[in-house]
Design a protein. Structure first.
Length: 149
């Protein structure tokens, strides 16, 4: 092994050890309730599920603690946008030791696989779950074509 390759090898392992120390520091801080210095790759808010039926799309969106006045829902063509805002709840005679629930504003825009009938979209909020029914537009539904002989 040459001197150059052993120097390079040592520096790579030094860098890996430094990365391990930094990860340990972040995990210890998170265990003690400190905010993380980064967002997880899978962290999107609010979490949404969309399913498709022959007639349209059904959306479920988790919004615990939100009221209908806190949420704005818009549809334009094949794009659905959900916006919301929730103020932090502060105790009158005390202080917060840990805060993991989200407060503030959010906005998510989703592109649906096809355009929907915006006049027929309906939504309801129950038990922290926003349910949105998005019927497909007539142009987006499959049409059977008669074949002439």
């Amino acid at each position: 092994m040459s001197l150059r390759s052993s120097l390079m090898r040592g520096s790579i392992f030094d860098e890996l050890a430094a990365m391990q120390r930094e990860m340990n520091r972040i995990v210890r801080a998170a265990e003690q309730g400190a905010p993380l210095p980064f967002k997880a790759f899978s962290e999107v808010y609010p979490p949404i599920n969309i399913s498709e039926t022959a007639e349209g799309y059904e959306l479920e969106c988790e919004l615990p603690g939100y009221s209908m006045d806190d949420i704005e829902l818009t549809v334009q063509g094949d794009t659905l946008t959900i916006k919301g805002k929730k103020e932090a709840e502060m105790p009158e005679d005390g202080s917060i030791h840990r805060q993991e629930r989200r407060y503030g504003s959010f906005s998510r825009s989703l592109t649906l696989p096809a355009a929907v009938d915006v006049e027929a979209v309906s939504a309801k909020l129950a038990n922290g779950l926003l349910l949105v029914n998005l019927p497909k537009s007539a142009a987006a539904k499959p049409h059977k074509i008669a074949i002439n002989a």
